[in-house]
Ligand binder design. Structure first.
Ligand SMILES: C[S@@+](CC[C@H](N)C(=O)[O-])C[C@H]1O[C@@H](n2cnc3c(N)ncnc32)[C@H](O)[C@@H]1O
Length: 225
């Protein structure tokens, strides 16, 4: 996708660095939720981008293997560079494509961070979750986080103000903020949290439990049925 071409990939890690506390907390929740996995666990990283969560987990769990799947070559290239420089590339498989094009390996866990909000249609978003479920063993956890705002809800304006306040700290201009506001329902899905939970549940996962929120980013833990 164009939003994640070479130019965007090169600046992705820096772009939101002032909001790194949000990413750090996401990664801590994943670390705690996955801590019980076996030493030889194999983790699916759906929409891996530049691999921020793998960079957090790989040094903590030195025998885990990671499969990073992403349709954007340029993002995966940066993920490979990080893995190479930080010494865990030999524990990573890089798959330049959608999760649905991966073999149905029985992964022990999966993450999907800031990916599913790009799927505006309920059918596509549910199919994405199903493509992850089909590659997990029964009971395996999925940690899913996405931008989540229903522009038709009366609280949306206030939620958006809070979020744009944070984006301002990350350097977003007022004009950028206006464009961003318009993106819900076009670039980003405008599914209500309860709708997202239903879609996850419809895709062979147990009832998702929301265990993270920072502005418009919500995170859920769920398990493959
Ligand atoms: C905002 S980035 C998030 C990257 C990373 N997960 C993180 O936490 O920084 C979104 C990533 O999702 C990827 N992506 C978009 N649509 C996707 C899809 N349908 N399946 C898998 N990945 C997708 C993009 O190429 C991009 O690398």
């Amino acid at each position: 996708m164009d939003a994640f071409g070479p130019e965007q990939a090169a600046t992705y890690d820096e772009r939101f660095s002032k909001l790194s506390a949000i990413n750090s907390l996401l990664h801590l929740v994943i670390q705690s939720q996955f801590a019980h996995l076996p030493d030889n666990a194999h983790i699916l990283i759906a929409g891996a981008g530049t691999g921020a969560d793998v960079r957090h987990l790989a040094p903590l769990f030195p025998s885990w293997h990671f499969t990073l799947a992403d349709p954007a070559d340029a993002m995966l290239e940066i993920a490979w560079q990080h893995a190479n420089q930080e010494g865990f590339a030999d524990r990573c498989t890089f798959h330049a494509g959608y999760v649905s094009s991966l073999p149905e390996t029985q992964f022990d866990a999966a993450t999907s961070l800031l990916v599913s909000h790009f799927l505006n249609e309920e059918e596509d978003r549910t199919a994405y979750y199903r493509s992850i479920a089909e590659r997990l063993q029964p009971s395996a956890p999925l940690f899913e986080a996405a931008l989540c705002g229903n522009r038709y809800d009366t609280i949306f304006e206030t939620e958006m103000e809070v979020w744009l306040g944070l984006m301002n700290l990350a350097g977003m201009t007022d004009e950028g903020g206006q464009n961003y506001r318009q993106s819900f329902g076009t670039l980003f899905a405008t599914h209500d949290p309860s709708e997202v939970e239903k879609m996850i549940g419809a895709a062979k996962f147990g009832r998702p439990v929301q265990c993270f929120q920072a502005g418009l980013i919500r995170g859920w833990i769920t398990h493959r049925l």
